[in-house]
Structure formats: structure tokens, C-alpha cells
Design a protein around this ligand. Structure first.
Ligand SMILES: Cc1cc2nc3c(=O)[nH]c(=O)nc-3n(C[C@H](O)[C@H](O)[C@H](O)COP(=O)(O)OP(=O)(O)OC[C@H]3O[C@@H](n4cnc5c(N)ncnc54)[C@H](O)[C@@H]3O)c2cc1C
Length: 464
């Protein structure tokens, strides 16, 4: 069976990989000249890589970890110490840690929280623990029901002191969906907390050892093409052609650089595009179908990723840091955390700016000036006096519509990988799967789409 897949992000590539495993032939069409979508990366004129986003892999990513094993590249994940490190805004240049001891879950998580005395008082920890009891007892069903509340509303409902939200969950909320707790659905943070508390290594973090395009997407492409699949760059889907019976008749690929448009005809079709371009491309005859109508409730959230190269080492911390800055979310000194970017004498900070809605339209210079002012608070010793650290160069990567904005009520808008159109399927982190808008969610969505395609084909064969 030949399957056309629009989009070479993780969802599209994962779908193609699992289709080749089942003996089918995927043809992946990517709009841009780079693989990876939201994990895409580029090399500048000096050969330095810069990325769409600072990406962290978690122990609680079973499908992603399995994919690394299947590709034979698991040594590319650089696992860090099991801890979470937060900047302390009241004492600039200092850190507070949640250290997870090597004991079974949930006790390692409980010990990590109890062992941190700088950020939360004992009273606050107890109130937070009590507030979490329904989520622990009733599990994911309760977590899904809480999608009607923002995380701030949920904290109020559970009598959790507002300082808990301010000290810990602004940082977590910005890291997970690039928005604040008064906007994010309670389901998002509760899902992450449940995973982190239920799985011993759930919150353990790894960095890839180089650029995601080279180190993760390329091995996927090699795997797919070695099994007769194709991955075509500069091949934007322009239109979904619909037959009289409402099924897909073909994908129109826009001709680039003066070439003519092309119609690709296959047995099955998949959209692995983000939800925003898909919404614009839904063919007229499908617009009344509930599955496509509810997509209108989903929209990508803006985010900005920054790379700053300095003339000296700013820190030797080999881990992700939660900045707790109003401007920034998480950051890392990639010269410590990532093998391919290693530099013993100079720092390269990769930082996520979020929420970004007021910044996405500003110039790179304005964004960097504001970031440097924040860095003076995060690294006070390096940005004061005559011997202040110098910024050598920077890259700013803006993504006006990234993962879907996970405000309350969005769970009901997320579609299944199967659609009512028999030869059309969906993959993408926004589709319904248990891992939210994340790399794990994207890989799982691609795998689920491939499984649905294979099962439906087998059923049709049995019937005929
Ligand atoms: C700044 C940032 C930080 C992040 N940090 C993390 C993290 O630490 N951990 C984590 O798990 N996740 C993180 N994520 C989220 C993660 O990157 C995404 O959830 C995941 O990569 C989405 O994959 P996808 O395949 O669903 O979509 P995408 O990656 O968006 O892929 C969709 C593809 O479709 C292509 N496309 C669009 N239109 C067309 C068309 N007309 N024709 C053909 N192709 C088209 C796009 O070019 C793109 O390549 C982060 C994201 C960002 C932006």
C-alpha cells in the first residue's frame, strides 16, 4: 500500500517508519527544505547549530525511547542527574534543587519535594499534597475531568496556597506549554505530575547529543528510505483533492522554483501537518464533519528560542534550568549539556522566551536586549563591573504558532488519528493521545496513525 504523508516533523516521520515496518510504502512530503518541523535546526556560517526549540527528553517518554532503540541510536540520549534545578529570583545567582533519590516511585518524588526547603514551607507542601489526593486516587479520569479549569482555578478549588503556584508552577506551566498557570488547563500540569510521581524515572531528563535534525530525523529518513519509502523536501501540500464519494482523490503538491504543480495519487493519505495549516486546507465537503469542525478550537501558541554565544564560561551546570524569570522559561548552557556543542571555555546558552505573545512581533535586537537584562539577574557575577562577559553572537528563532495552546476545554477539540473519511488519517502532537503537545505525543500520534491504517487495511482485506 502506498501512503502519502504531508509533514516531515516527528509525527510524519514516525508514521512513515511504522508503515515501513508493516511492509507499506510511505511518501513523506515536507513543505520546507529542512526536516523536523518544531525540532528543525540549522547550521550558521560558522558551522554552529541553532534550533527551533530547546528540547528535553523525559524518562516518561516510552514511545520515544523505544524509537531510539529501534533505530539503534539510544546512546545519543545524554541522561542527566535526576534533579530539577530552579533559579532563586530573590537571591540572584543561586539555585534550589529537587533531588530525586534512587528509590521506587512515588517515594522518590515525595522525597524530592520534602527535601526542598527553600521554595516551599512544610505547610505549603502538606496543602499541596492534600490537594493532589483526588488525582492520585482517581488517576487519569480525574485529570481529564479537570480540563474545565485552568491550573490557577484548580489550585483555588483544592485550597492550595497561591505561593505554591508562584514558586513552582509558573515555571512548570511555561516549560510545558509556553503560557502561565492562569491560562493553562489543569489537565496539562496534572498529567505531567501524575507521570512524574508514578514512574521512578519519569522526570529524569536527557539532552540529545547534537542537532535533532542530524541526530534524530536523519536516522529516521535513512530507515524509511532503506525500506523503499521516500521523504521529499520542498514539497508543500497545496490542496487535498476530494472525489465524489467524499474520499481523497489525490494530494496536489505545489511546484517550487517555477516548477508545475503535481498531483500525487496513493492508496491512503495522512496529514502530519500542524493543526493551523490543516485548518486552512480542510476541503469544502468535509467542513460540516464534527472531526474537522472541532479543529477550529485549536491554535498554535507563540514561542521564541534564543541562542547566545559568550566569550567565557558562565556556569558549569550540566542540566536544564528553570529560570523563574517573567521573560524567560527554561534554559541550558549547551556547551555543557550537549556533546556536539561542547566548549570548555565558552558558554552557549539556549533559552526559551515564553509567554511570547507580546514579543513575537518585536525585532531580534529588542528581544536580545531584554534577554541580556534578565541574564544580568541570572548570572550577576558575570554581568557586572568592568570585566563583564561579552555576547559574541546570537540567533533568534520565532515560532508564531507552535504546539496547540492548551487552555481549558481543548481536550474535547483534539481529533482521533482516524477520521470519518475512510482513506484520510491524522498524525501530529495535537491529535488525541495521552502525551499532550510534545515530542513523545508526536511520535505516538504517528505510530497510532500507522496502526490504524494497517488495521483498517487488514479489515478491508478480510471483508473482500
Ligand atoms: C521552543 C520549543 C520547545 C519545545 N520543547 C520541547 C521539549 O523540551 N520536550 C518535548 O517533548 N517537546 C518540546 N516541544 C514540542 C515538540 O517540538 C513538538 O510537540 C513536536 O516536535 C511536534 O511534532 P509534529 O510532527 O506533531 O509537528 P511539527 O514538528 O510541527 O511537524 C509538522 C511538519 O509539517 C510541515 N508542513 C506544514 N505545512 C505543510 C504543507 N502544506 N505541506 C507539507 N508539509 C507541511 C511543517 O513544515 C513541519 O515540518 C517544543 C517545541 C518548541 C517550539
Amino acid at each position: 500500500m502506498r501512503v502519502a504523508i504531508a509533514g516531515a516533523g516527528l509525527a510524519g516521520l514516525s508514521c512513515a517508519k511504522y508503515l515501513t515496518d508493516a511492509g507499506h510504502t510511505p511518501i513523506v512530503l515536507e513543505r520546507r527544505d529542512v526536516l523536523g518541523g518544531k525540532i528543525a535546526a540549522w547550521q550558521d556560517e560558522d558551522g554552529d547549530w541553532y534550533e527551533t526549540g530547546l528540547h528535553i527528553f523525559f524518562g516518561a517518554y516510552p514511545n520515544m525511547l523505544q524509537l531510539f532503540r529501534e533505530l539503534g541510536i539510544e546512546e545519543r540520549l545524554q541522561w542527566k542527574e535526576h534533579t530539577m534545578i530552579f533559579n532563586q529570583p530573590d537571591t540572584p545567582g543561586t539555585y534550589s534543587r529537587f533531588d530525586f533519590p534512587d528509590i521506587p516511585a512515588p517515594w522518590n518524588g515525595v522525597m524530592a519535594i520534602l527535601g526542598n526547603n527553600e521554595m516551599l514551607t512544610w505547610g505549603e507542601k502538606i496543602s499541596f499534597g492534600m490537594g493532589l489526593i483526588p488525582a492520585m486516587i482517581r488517576g487519569q479520569q480525574y485529570v481529564e475531568e479537570m480540563d474545565k479549569y485552568s491550573f490557577s482555578q484548580w489550585c483555588q478549588k483544592q485550597n492550595i496556597p497561591s505561593r505554591v503556584e508562584k514558586e513552582v508552577f509558573i515555571a512548570m506551566s511555561k516549560a510545558l506549554n509556553f503560557i502561565n498557570p492562569d491560562e493553562i488547563s489543569a489537565t496539562i500540569l496534572l498529567t505531567a505530575l501524575n507521570r512524574f510521581l508514578q514512574e521512578k524515572d519519569g522526570s529524569k531528563m536527557a539532552f540529545l547529543d547534537g542537532s535533532p535534525t542530524e541526530r534524530l530525523c536523519q536516522p529516521l529518513v535513512d530507515y524509511i528510505t532503506a525500506r523503499d519509502g521516500q521523504v521529499r523536501l520542498n514539497a508543500p501540500l497545496k490542496e487535498i483533492l476530494v472525489a465524489e464519494d467524499g474520499t481523497v482523490r489525490g494530494f496536489v503538491i505545489r511546484g517550487v522554483h517555477g516548477a508545475a504543480d503535481e498531483v500525487l495519487t496513493t492508496d491512503v493519505y495522512v496529514s502530519a501537518m500542524p493543526v493551523d495549516p490543516l485548518k486552512l486546507m480542510v476541503p469544502q465537503p468535509w467542513k460540516e464533519l464534527e472531526c474537522f469542525q472541532k479543529l477550529q478550537g485549536l491554535e498554535g501558541v507563540p514561542v521564541i528560542n534564543l541562542h547566545l554565544w559568550f566569550d567565557r564560561k558562565l556556569t558549569d551546570i550540566d542540566h536544564l534550568l528553570f529560570s523563574r524569570s517573567p521573560l524567560l522559561s527554561v534554559y541550558a548552557d549547551m556547551s555543557n549539556t550537549c556533546k556536539a556543542y561542547a566548549d570548555p571555555s565558552r558558554s552557549m546558552l539556549e533559552l526559551v522566551l515564553a509567554p511570547a505573545k507580546d514579543w513575537i512581533g518585536k525585532s531580534d535586537q529588542e528581544i536580545i536586549a531584554a534577554t541580556m537584562a534578565e541574564l544580568a539577574k541570572l548570572f550577576p557575577h558575570h554581568f557586572s563591573g568592568d570585566e563583564s562577559a561579552s555576547l559574541l553572537k546570537y540567533h533568534v528563532v520565532k515560532t508564531p504558532r507552535s504546539v496547540y495552546k492548551a487552555t481549558p476545554g481543548r481536550q474535547a477539540c483534539r481529533p482521533d488519528q482516524r477520521t470519518p473519511v475512510v482513506n484520510f488519517y491524522l498524525a501530529g502532537d495535537y491529535t488525541m493521545q495521552e502525551y499532550l503537545g510534545s515530542m513523545e505525543g508526536a511520535v505516538l500520534s504517528g505510530k497510532l496513525a500507522a496502526q490504524a491504517i494497517v488495521e483498517d487495511k487488514q479489515q478491508r482485506t478480510r471483508r473482500n
